[in-house]
Write a new protein. Structure first.
Length: 372
């Protein structure tokens, strides 16, 4: 009987213990730390505030030097290549006897420097007459006479000023034309620097839409001097770009708008007609003050043919001669002015950003023959 009572007590205790276990609340599993997702940064997972990547710093705006005296400052560079002409002529003229053969050599030297047959012959005839009449034979006298003749044919009195000032409610508009490879787009950028250096505000129009590299190149030039560039996608209508550039120039009241144009081969009539279209579209809202034709000084008579065709299409007002530092054929200044009746207004004398200079006849002739 005692065993029965003990078994009952044990059973009761077991039932009570099991019930207590069933009634005990379960412990929650410890939450695992959330792992950052593929788009969440470690800083964000830790509760840190995130910021977008910093924008690249804006390019530093450069202040170019003024245009006044640029050609004089670059004279040494010009003289290194051009004095070959002056030295050759002066050597010939210093001979003891100046016979027909010597004068023929002088003429050939001038022609080889791209002066042109007509101008070369005229220079020789006039120089020969003066030497004979004045009996000038010392090196100093002959040099002075040669300088006088060259300067007269270069044209010291031709109007070479660029029209770059606003006219009432519109900016000056400058179209830059020429075939690819002459330095046309670079000239646009350098001209923008020249005007900014002279205190002008400038806007650039990238209307050479057939070459993406030309548009990007012009944008780089503009960024360096703080000039806005109006551009469109590659292949856009060049006339529409030019129109919008001039419209923006009017709205922003800038001093000058420089339009870079397509530089396709001048032998393709349809493309030249398109260049004329660009000019006509611009003139719907503003007069084109300057049409500058960029010529490579090393191309000689081929450059002359380019000049003639472009002049027929867009009424060229001035010539820009590039690469004049790398050739002894500076006589093209005389030839192109004589052929077109249009003055050389700017010359490129190197690859540097400030190597475009207003053309100064006296400094140019001094560089050719040496003034030392």
């Amino acid at each position: 009987m005692e065993y029965v009572i003990l078994a009952i007590v044990v059973l009761v205790l077991a039932v009570l213990a099991g019930g207590a276990l069933l009634l005990r609340p379960r412990r929650r599993a410890r939450a695992r730390p959330e792992e950052p997702s593929a788009t969440t940064t470690p800083q964000a997972a830790a509760g840190a505030t995130t910021t977008a990547p910093a924008a690249p710093p804006a390019p530093e705006i450069e202040l170019p030097p003024p245009s006044a005296g640029r050609l004089v400052r670059l004279r040494a560079r010009l003289a290194r290549s051009q004095t070959a002409l002056g030295k050759s002529v002066l050597t010939l003229l210093s001979r003891d006897v100046l016979d027909d053969e010597v004068w023929d050599e002088v003429e050939d030297t001038l022609i080889s420097a791209d002066v042109g047959v007509g101008p070369a012959r005229q220079i020789v005839e006039d120089l020969r007459t003066k030497v004979k009449v004045l009996r000038s034979r010392t090196p100093e006298e002959v040099k002075a006479l040669l300088k006088e003749e060259l300067l007269r044919h270069v044209g010291p009195d031709l109007p070479r000023a660029l029209r770059t000032e606003r006219d009432d409610d519109r900016p000056a508009v400058i179209m830059v034309v020429g075939v690819n490879g002459t330095g046309k787009t670079t000239t646009c950028g350098k001209l923008g620097r020249v005007l900014v250096g002279d205190g002008r505000s400038v806007l650039l129009g990238a209307a050479d839409t057939f070459r993406a590299a030309a548009v990007d190149q012009l944008a780089t030039w503009g960024a360096r001097v703080g000039a806005e560039v109006v551009r469109k996608q590659e292949g856009a209508d060049p006339a529409s770009v030019a129109f919008e550039a001039v419209r923006a120039g009017i709205d922003k009241k800038v001093n000058a708008v420089i339009i870079d144009t397509a530089g396709r081969l001048h032998t393709k009539t349809g493309l030249m007609d398109e260049l004329g279209k660009v000019k006509r579209v611009i003139e719907k809202q503003a007069e084109v003050d300057e049409v500058l034709l960029v010529l490579d000084a090393t191309t000689g008579q081929n450059g002359m043919r380019q000049a003639q065709v472009f002049a027929e299409v867009v009424d060229v007002t001035g010539i820009v001669l590039t690469k004049l530092d790398g050739t002894a054929k500076g006589g093209i200044v005389v030839a192109v002015q004589r052929e077109l009746g249009v003055p050389v207004k700017l010359v490129g004398l190197g690859e540097g950003p400030d190597d475009l200079a207003p053309f100064e006849p006296e400094a140019f002739v001094d560089a050719i023959i040496g003034d030392g």
